[in-house]
Design a binder for this molecule. Structure first.
Ligand SMILES: C[S@@+](CC[C@H](N)C(=O)[O-])C[C@H]1O[C@@H](n2cnc3c(N)ncnc32)[C@H](O)[C@@H]1O
Length: 216
């Protein structure tokens, strides 16, 4: 279902993202790459890379991105020039401790097994390597949360229906409900092997960013 949905929305995915986030998504991705804080030349998997926006930012930061996604449509519309592989990120097609870092943008809530995903990330990243995970959040301030619920519940689906696929943009805002609370997410990351994992709210909690270092 997830793969078919992203195949369907892939041709206009970037444009709809920019419009519905007022380009804040660009800023969030750059922050994730900055907080990944890896040295130039590091190899980084961009998991659930979609059309490759994070790969572009990684390359600009002097890193070597490799894109992986389940949706052939999303990979087809990738303009980053990074090497691409169609793969299920719950079973990464890479050897143990083979990459310096992993980044993943706005995909956690689509995954059927977060524990398996974190375990796979811990397996693939070398000791001392880094992880950065971005996803939509639930603002803690009740006023911002109220506005956010109206915007994502009522307006985003209309923008999506007008420019792309209405069903997908009704599902996407709702899918945030599949994400555990931030304390649970951070604990899962720590348990998986990133014991210094931290959580930051971006733009008042519209988006959340988790980063961590693979234990030695
Ligand atoms: C909302 S898009 C995010 C794309 C990109 N990371 C970004 O920042 O714009 C979510 C992506 O996750 C991918 N995805 C969902 N489940 C996946 C899985 N199990 N394995 C690989 N990719 C997956 C979808 O195909 C889609 O491209």
């Amino acid at each position: 279902m997830v793969r078919n949905m992203f195949d369907a929305i892939s041709p206009r995915y970037d444009m709809v993202n920019r419009i519905m986030t007022f380009r804040l998504d660009v800023r969030w991705r750059r922050r994730a790459v900055r907080d990944l804080a890896l040295p130039t030349g590091s190899t980084v998997l961009d998991l659930a890379a979609g059309t490759g926006d994070l790969c572009i930012d990684l390359a600009r930061a002097g890193l070597l991105p490799i894109s992986m996604d389940l949706s052939f449509g999303m990979l087809f519309h990738d303009r980053s020039g990074a090497p691409r592989a169609q793969a299920d990120i719950l079973n990464l097609p890479v050897p143990h401790a083979s990459v310096d870092g992993i980044i993943c943008g706005f995909a956690l809530r689509n995954l059927v097994d977060l524990d398996q995903f974190f375990a796979e990330c811990a397996r693939a990243i070398r000791p001392g390597g880094r992880i950065a995970l971005l996803d939509v959040g639930v603002p803690h301030n009740p006023l911002i949360r109220f506005g956010n619920n109206i915007y994502f519940g009522k307006i985003v689906p209309k923008i999506g229906a007008l420019l792309s696929d209405g069903a997908a943009y009704r599902y996407l805002p709702k899918s945030v409900a599949y994400l555990p609370d931030r304390t649970v997410l951070v604990q899962k990351l720590r348990d998986a092997g990133f014991s210094d994992a931290t959580h930051t709210q971006l733009s008042g909690g519209l988006t959340q960013l988790m980063v961590g270092t693979r234990n030695p």
